[in-house]
Ligand binder design. Sequence first.
Ligand code: 13P
Length: 271
Amino acid sequence: MRKPFIAGNWKMNKVVEQATSYADTLTELVKKEGIDHDKVDIAICAPYLFLSALKVIFLLRGIDVGAQNLHYEDEGAFTGEISAKMLHDIRVECCIIGHSERRKYNGETSEECAKKVKAAIMYDIRPILCVGETLEERESGNHLEVVKKMLLESLHNVTGAEMVKTVVAYEPLWAIGTGKTATTEQAQEMAAYIRSVIAEKYGKDVADRVIIQYGGSVKSSNIKELMEQEDIDGALVGGASLDPEEFIKIIKYDPDIVCKNVKMIPINRNK
Ligand code: 13P
């Protein structure tokens, strides 16, 4: 059984006061709505600047804190970078790796992503590895090939044991921030394909355990049908995660996520 994983990606948004008041509100909503932490993992991936403050507010509240990037070296002359070791030091639980915006604006390569995935796992940080195709690639019919290449290069030297701990987020670039969601068929087709590529490389047992998220204009109105797809186990939510009232509706996509006996302490994180 794969445990659903809903993560928010704030990207470069908010200032400290907004981040902490959001965290207070989300904490209250998660409690008030009776979210069952055995049924869903929740994370907020925020700018580095807010991570320590969010850790304090979310501590023992069943909401993980994630970063949006990391450096694979532990330390050294890398001005402006933050290492997996540093994130581990403040107990960050997960980290987005290879988001298309970083690949596009920061020239991040799949080779670097592979090193980042390994560094994250070494420091017990759950990597959320992003892959996805452009509109041109989809329209030319190359989308499966493009995603396969990106995925395999980003998993270079990653072992089966490491793969099980890695989350793959399928984010078609044409659906990010555009309000244009992939159809459930398109999202499921790619998620199933990603799982088959993982199965080819690592075997079916590993592939069956990997969490695959969909990302790209996810909101409360489309989350349910996306999550109903066999190979989609979660969502990486950008714009719609910036409002806690909207984000809680996404987390609560299934009435079964809610329990009567509210639990405050998350257990069995499947790490
Ligand atoms: P939007 O949900 O705003 O389309 O962003 C998706 C995304 O890039 C999440 O990482």
